[in-house]
Design a binder for this molecule. Structure first.
Ligand code: BTN
Length: 334
């Protein structure tokens, strides 16, 4: 099946340019040769090289001397990313954008157009990144990972919250493997180092009361930010800040898709129990944590008492009632 054209998708010839430069890293390659190989004019090559430079890709040279890349670029372009991916349905099809409003919005539209299970939508920058509860997601150019995976699980809408837990477990595993640091999971959708968040997950679905058509699992990760905007610095961090070095976004996405595939299969094969058990094992929020919950209608504090089979978090409120949290923002209570 041909890729569904989506407005703003990265020109496949820019993707080819990146791959060509990466394949010839450390070699000077003439503008004329690049132009010939990817089928554009030398002027277009020059313009695209300028665009890549603006994204931090280090390319030396100019049209007369030829071009030389100084390191394999960490751009999440389909050709470069495909080379790192493990075989499997996740990421088999990739829609890449240099700039888009929100990868989740694209995924919801592509889902309606029939894109298959596993399609990945990824952007270098989002102009209207969305978070839970109507929040925005700070999505500055190239430093973060902004991605959405389209899934078509054969589950009931009531089980959909488990997909968020599946994605969180996969991100945790990928980050642990990449950095050697084990993040905490704050139910249902945040990954933290200490009390600071570096990743959020926004799961949206298109469903009827008894059937899911598809789920868009949006994942935002602060990767190479060397500082966090002042209004967020008390509550947010990045992998670079935590590990004191730059991290490869391509490697992280590749690891993440591999772990997402295996946790998703665990969920499909063994059911919710396996996911709930694993989440309880690795999240400090699952049991015995003092928490504050803020919803549209009430704020309360309590202590967590494990997850229900459907993935909802049970909280013993300070008034003694034990109830699942259905909506709301959770934070650690002092
Ligand atoms: C949250 O913590 O509230 C969830 C944040 C989810 C952000 C990601 S970035 C990629 C995808 N596209 C969006 O618009 N949002 C998600």
């Amino acid at each position: 099946m041909a890729h569904t054209a989506f407005p703003g998708t990265t020109d496949r010839r820019i993707d080819a340019l990146l791959a060509l430069l990466a394949d010839n890293a450390m070699i000077v390659i003439s503008g004329a040769k690049i132009a010939r190989e990817i089928g554009v004019t030398r002027l277009t090559v020059w313009r695209w090289i300028q665009q890549l430079r603006a994204l931090g890709v280090r390319v030396k040279g100019h049209p007369r001397t030829g071009y030389q890349i100084e390191e394999v670029p960490d751009i999440l372009a389909p050709t470069l990313l495909h080379r790192r991916l493990h075989p499997g349905p996740l990421g088999k099809r990739i829609h890449h954008f240099f700039k888009i409003d929100s990868t989740n919005s694209v995924a919801m539209t592509l889902g309606e157009r029939g894109e298959p299970h596993g399609t990945l939508i990824v952007a270098e920058e989002q102009t209207a990144g969305r978070g839970r509860a109507g929040h925005t997601w700070h999505s500055e150019k190239t430093n973060g990972i902004y991605m959405t995976v389209l899934l078509r699980p054969a589950i009931s809408p009531q089980q959909a919250p488990l997909i968020t837990l599946v994605a969180g477990l996969a991100v945790r595993e990928a980050i642990l493997e990449q950095t050697g640091l084990a993040p905490d999971l704050r139910w249902p959708n945040d990954l933290l180092f200490g009390r600071k968040k570096f990743c959020g997950i926004l799961t949206e679905m298109n469903a009827e009361p008894d059937q899911i058509h598809f789920v868009a699992v949006g994942i935002g990760i602060n990767v190479n930010h060397d500082r966090i905007p002042e209004n967020l610095s008390a509550i947010a961090t990045s992998l670079r800040i935590e590990t004191h070095r730059e991290q490869s976004r391509i490697e992280i996405v590749a690891r993440l898709l591999r772990h997402l595939d295996s946790y998703y299969n665990l969920f499909v094969d063994k059911g919710s129990e396996a996911i709930v058990a694993r989440f309880t094992e690795v999240s400090s929020y699952a049991r015995g944590k003092r928490v504050r919950i803020e919803t549209a209608t009430e704020n309360y504090t309590g202590t967590t008492e494990g997850l229900e089979p459907g993935g909802l978090l049970r909280v013993r409120r300070d008034d003694g009632r034990v109830l699942p949290v259905i909506a709301g923002t959770l934070s650690e209570a002092d």
